[in-house]
Design a protein around this ligand. Sequence first.
Ligand code: SF4
Ligand code: SF4
Length: 426
Amino acid sequence: MKLADYTELWQSLGLDLEAHDGLLRTLGQAYKEIYLSQKNRPAGMDYFDFVISEIHGLRIRELAEARKEGRMVVGTFCLYVPEELVLALDGIAVGLCAGADVGTEAAEQVLPRNTCALIKSFFGFKLSGLCPYTEVCNLVIGETTCDGKTKAYELFNEYKPTFVIEVPRMKSPAARALWRSELGRLAAKLEELSGQPLTAEKLSAAVRTVNAKRAALHRLNALRQADPAPISGRDALLINQVQFYDDPVRFTEKVNALCDELEERVRQGVGVAPAGTPRVLVSGCPMAAPNWKLPFVVESSGAVIVGEESCVGERGTRHLVSEEGSTVDDILDRLAARYLEIDCAVFTPNTERLDHITEMAKTYAADGVIHYALQFCAPYTIEAARVERALAAQEVPLLRIETDYSMEDMPQLQTRVQAFLEMVRA
Ligand code: SF4
Ligand code: SF4
């Protein structure tokens, strides 16, 4: 990863420059091995390679400049925080770093060791001064999803202002009313932070922008139904990860341009692996960048990943917001309805997720599903049993993986994935 010199920028954000250099070196090496070594990648991936090479550089400079112009930059960790509200107030929403085994020692001085890797990671990034996104944003918006995050935000607020919204765990009429009122409370907070009033016109425009982004990702997903698959699962995951950092309009254009290329590949029967290669669906916890471990293991074991039932995948993008509504209240109602359709495992009951996984297995003609859960993540590790049963009823084999962000279990993962793929092939 060759970066321009951003030392001054990073210094101004208070990063630990030495540790940050080390992080970028490690990331650059991992990216080379996991991404740049792939054969027959679509040319449209050049843009996403560039974004990753500049993920702590150019994009941070853009955000810092936006701050100088008086625009708010808001950091998030979860799908339930509507990007539309931030955009409608001329702000920028970014996903914060939470996908690397970084600063774990520092995080474990504050958090219990048996906390999931994602939470330890965002704490570690902050405590070790390694995440320029956290530093550049005015505010972090947290949510009461799992217990781990809910309680961690109380502590995180001691290091970075964190505003928490209440996400219910059921979808009853009372829960819907609570959720709608929480979006109103969030809107008021963002109006205060931006110094602007929320208008129906701007909110509608933001809804259209984010819908267009999700529609581009639907297009990408539909192309992955082809055999041979025109793009690797690693690359598709990367695109899904970049959506949380990049400018939404620019991102949408680039995804659509890539899809034009992939359509041509599908027409010509060109793929990243031969037709008939085992097709795998990955389901479970989000894989925040740069968490590429499992996809690398799967695809270097002779399979291709054709879909992600994940927050960094279809769980986050499949629903669009209704574009009707002419008042702020109307549009907030529609936003609230759309966001409560997300089928995160923190909800009970959560049969929509089981239906979605079985439907995806069919649509993408998956030969098997790998259920990926982070260790100590109760919602996903427990829900895995129901996922397994739902898929067994459709005769789709499932492999359950529990892991973290360290590389120590790579050999063990490889052995398990290879055995699963052999079973699938047989
Ligand atoms: S898994 Fe649930 S809590 Fe975690 S980011 Fe996704 S929606 Fe949010
Ligand atoms: S992976 Fe699980 S435990 Fe960790 S933050 Fe997400 S829902 Fe919570």
